[in-house]
Design a binder for this molecule. Structure first.
Ligand code: BTN
Length: 326
């Protein structure tokens, strides 16, 4: 009930919400509403109450706290256990440590700031405090390690769906980047511990550029943020909930239909690579190929210039601009 009231007030975006409307819609008394408003205030929400006008949220709590996430969250398993950190080296590293204490499937770790945020291929992930959405999700899928590559595709699809909810259209650059107008808005770092036949845990780290208003010159051409795209600040907790709300059903669908999961439809329809010429490194050599599709195991299907085909399981791929002679 308290969460429903908070959600109503947040959705009004600072406008007044009449007490009578809340009573009627939720079928509760004014006294009950008052009790929940008092409780929300003790949690730190600055809620104004004026007779004949109702209630409104005067000031948002901007941090990605559990209390800000739950009003939007519709998942049953994911994100129901959460650790929020003002500062940490890396949420992925923190999540790894939590696996030693048997942290459960669905555990979420969110940081306002990372001092050693990690990207793929040993790169770093930087963001000023409070601007990006940076989190790691610990999952324990009952799958063989060979099936793990699809988890990154589920995350990419969930990210695309979450951005769509904000009216933002992105493309997925296999396997782990979301792009808008060719600029990166989201990166995913999936790490795993497994035995030969089963996955012990997967830590899926996601960084989304949300409220950065500009980037240093060397990143401007390569990177963008939701603030830059939509011209206004965005609620990171709500975005995180949208991500998890999209991820959970796609993940369950994958467990139920491992040979034809729904996430692939999203990844294929939003692929930034299909039909394009790419370059990737293999055994120290740079290889060019044309992208054909993403196969049912989440691998990138490519055709070499000699006509032979290959399925890439993971790795860094670069788009070759069409005008570049080969
Ligand atoms: C990439 O683009 O190469 C992947 C970037 C992944 C960054 C996220 S931010 C949250 C999580 N913690 C980390 O240290 N990295 C991931």
């Amino acid at each position: 009930m308290k969460e429903t009231i908070l959600k109503k007030l947040l959705s009004a975006d600072g406008a007044w919400v009449s007490g009578q409307d809340i009573c009627q819609q939720l079928g509760v008394t004014r006294a009950a509403i008052w009790k929940h408003i008092t409780s929300l205030r003790t949690e730190g929400w600055n809620i104004e109450a004026v007779s004949h006008r109702g209630y409104r949220i005067v000031e948002r709590i901007d941090k990605v706290l559990f209390v800000n996430l739950t009003p939007w969250l519709t998942t049953t398993e994911l994100g129901r256990t959460m650790t929020h950190l003002d500062e940490v080296d890396s949420t992925n590293t923190y999540g790894r440590k939590m696996t030693r204490d048997d942290a459960p499937h669905g555990t979420l770790i969110v940081a306002e700031h990372q001092t050693g945020g990690r990207g793929r291929s040993g790169r770093q992930w930087h963001s000023a405090p409070g601007e990006a959405l940076q989190f790691s999700l610990l999952i324990r899928p009952p799958l063989s390690p060979a099936r793990a590559a699809l988890i990154t595709q589920i995350a990419a699809a969930a990210g695309a769906v979450a951005l769509e909810k904000l009216g933002v259209d992105c493309l997925i650059k296999w396997p782990n980047d979301l792009l808008i107008d060719g600029r990166k808005i989201c990166g995913i770092l999936t790490e795993m511990s497994c035995e030969l036949d089963r996955i012990d845990w997967i830590i899926m780290g996601v960084g989304i550029n949300v409220n950065q208003q500009s980037f240093p010159d060397d990143l401007k051409q390569k990177t963008t943020s939701l603030h830059i795209i939509t011209n206004k600040p965005q609620n990171r907790a709500k975005l995180l909930a949208s991500f998890l709300n999209a991820f959970e059903p796609l993940y369950q669908d994958y467990l139920a239909h491992p040979d034809g999961p729904q996430c692939l439809e999203i990844c294929r329809s939003k692929s930034a690579l299909t039909g394009k010429v790419i370059a990737y490194e293999q055994a120290g050599r740079l290889i060019e190929a044309t992208v054909l599709d993403i196969d049912t195991e989440g691998r990138l299907l490519v055709r070499h210039h000699d006509g032979s085909k290959e399925a890439l399981l993971s790795g860094e791929v670069h788009l070759i601009p069409p005008h570049k002679p080969r």
